[in-house]
Design a binder for this molecule. Structure first.
Ligand code: AMP
Ligand code: GLY
Length: 461
């Protein structure tokens, strides 16, 4: 018997109790022994990594990924449904008896997929917050107000609209360069501007409020610039005070080596993170995680899913840069490697609101991922380039992001970030060597990668 089965049999004394309605949160624990049909929403490297991890579960009956990508088909069945088409998702759930939906990306959460299914007869367990909870990512102004209400450490800020643009300019004058301007709403990761000159910052504020990011920048948050090193902390919460902290990761956002050039969706990631030691994580848990989890409950916000804390360490003290309401990408491509436990029962328990004391064990090894991207990304780039070598990589797990299968089954590029080359190692050097060997094996016209993933952390260790 595996450790997990063992714990399940200890922890679920009701296993012979009669079944009640199968889908309500906090319901019978019996279901936690059954096989699950899972629908995972999304199409990136994050979803490929989640699909890989979920596919390893002995509790899995069948995994569908909507819409998935050229790699996710190795772990389940891709279905051509948009994560935003709730009606089509509901029809699919009914047709295939889907027990649980794991929402990979933020858009369906912000659009209210949890609320769409909540309370409906035969609804699946949803891993992801309600629309009110998803506002932690969907509205930066809401997130900042939430942090202030719960005394969670974050940069000093004020929010402005077109009516208050002059006050916004005055507020900028009270801050020191560089100036941080954030579109309130979702802007596909592009809504944060960091500007060195005051005049340019004022001009950008006017442009943002004038519709630079459409409705997303109708409100702009201006905040103090924080100097420090960033890391990503992920929490899986059941909305009833139960939570587990996942392995900590660090991502590399800029396109250029030495963290230069424009922001991307992420060029690589590493876990664990040397500076996120026990003392730092104790502060994170006390000052950030507990007030967040309890603050959501106190405000009556249903939240059963992942909380992503984008943190910055300022002179040893953790501060929140941002909340996201899903896993990070490419952090998931290392975090999944470092979760030793079966993830599926944890997801189910979180989605049902009863994590209890279900363990989440960490793999002690290092994990790294290196993203190979299309030449020109994050600007314009070619699509449809033939990818070779993806089957030949050894000592690595290739999580596809922007790939698809041509009609003849050939693997081709279909996005800027193409494949995340993830690997284990006994230390960071070995993991990086494995990731880079795999990244060198994969080929397509215009391929680019950063060669300095993890080097900043090596200097700290
Ligand atoms: P976000 O889209 O909120 O993740 O912001 C993108 C990136 O901008 C973050 O990962 C940080 O590197 C940077 N950033 C955001 N807010 C601040 C801040 N207040 N001080 C320094 N850097 C920031
Ligand atoms: N890696 C940052 C994000 O997923 O938003």
């Amino acid at each position: 018997m595996s450790i997990q089965q063992n714990l399940n049999s200890i922890r679920h004394p009701l296993s012979n109790a009669p079944e009640k309605s199968p889908f309500n949160a906090g319901e019978t624990l019996t279901q936690q022994h059954e096989k699950l049909t899972v629908l995972l929403l999304g199409s990136g490297g994050r979803e490929c990594a989640l699909a890989w991890k979920i596919s390893l579960s002995p509790r899995l009956e069948k995994l569908y990924i909507a819409p998935g990508n050229g790699g996710t088909g190795a772990y389940g069945e891709n279905v051509s449904i948009s994560p935003l088409d709730f009606k089509a998702i509901a029809d699919f759930v009914a047709e295939k008896n889907v027990d649980m939906i794991v929402v990979g990306n933020e858009d369906p959460l912000v659009a209210g997929i949890f609320d769409y299914f909540d309370g409906k007869e035969g609804a699946p367990v949803i891993v992801g917050p309600s629309k009110a909870g998803a506002a932690l990512e969907g509205s930066k102004d809401f997130a900042k107000q939430f942090m202030v209400r719960h005394s969670i450490p974050t940069a000093r800020y004020q929010s402005f609209t077109a009516e208050t643009v002059e006050e916004g300019c005055k507020f900028l004058e009270t801050l020191k360069a560089p100036y941080v301007l954030k579109a309130d709403g979702l802007a596909a990761g592009k809504g944060v501007l960091i500007i060195d000159s005051l005049d340019e910052a004022k001009a950008s504020l006017r442009e943002m409020l004038g519709g630079m990011f459409g409705k997303s920048s109708a409100t702009v948050v201006i905040e103090e610039f924080l100097k420090g090193i960033e890391c990503s902390v992920f929490v899986l919460t059941d909305g009833n005070g139960g939570y587990r902290i996942l392995p900590v990761a660090k991502d590399y956002k800029r396109i250029g080596e030495g963290d230069t050039g424009p922001n991307t969706g992420g060029m690589g990631a590493v876990s664990p993170v040397v500076f996120a030691d026990e003392e730092f994580m104790r502060k994170v848990e006390e000052r950030i995680i507990l007030p967040t989890v309890n603050g959501l409950i106190a405000e009556g916000i249903t939240y059963r899913g992942f909380i992503f804390l984008g943190l910055i360490e300022v002179e040893g003290e953790p501060m929140v840069i941002e909340y996201n309401v899903r896993m990070g990408d490419p952090e998931t491509e290392v975090v999944m490697l470092r979760i030793a436990s079966d993830l599926l029962p944890l997801l189910e328990a979180a989605g049902r609101g009863n994590l209890g004391d279900m363990p989440l064990a960490e793999d002690p090894r290092f994990a790294t991922t290196v993203m190979v991207v299309s030449g020109g990304y994050p600007g314009s780039y070619a699509k449809g380039e033939v990818i070779t070598g993806a089957e030949d990589a050894v000592n690595a797990i290739l999580f596809h992001a922007g790939t698809s299968r041509a009609d003849d089954g050939e693997l081709v590029t279909s996005g800027g970030r193409v494949i995340a080359c993830s690997a284990y190692g006994k230390d960071i050097d070995e993991a990086l060597a494995n990731s880079y060997a795999a990244a060198d094996t994969v080929n397509f016209a215009g391929k680019y990668m950063r060669r300095d993933i993890g080097l900043d952390l090596k200097k700290l260790s």
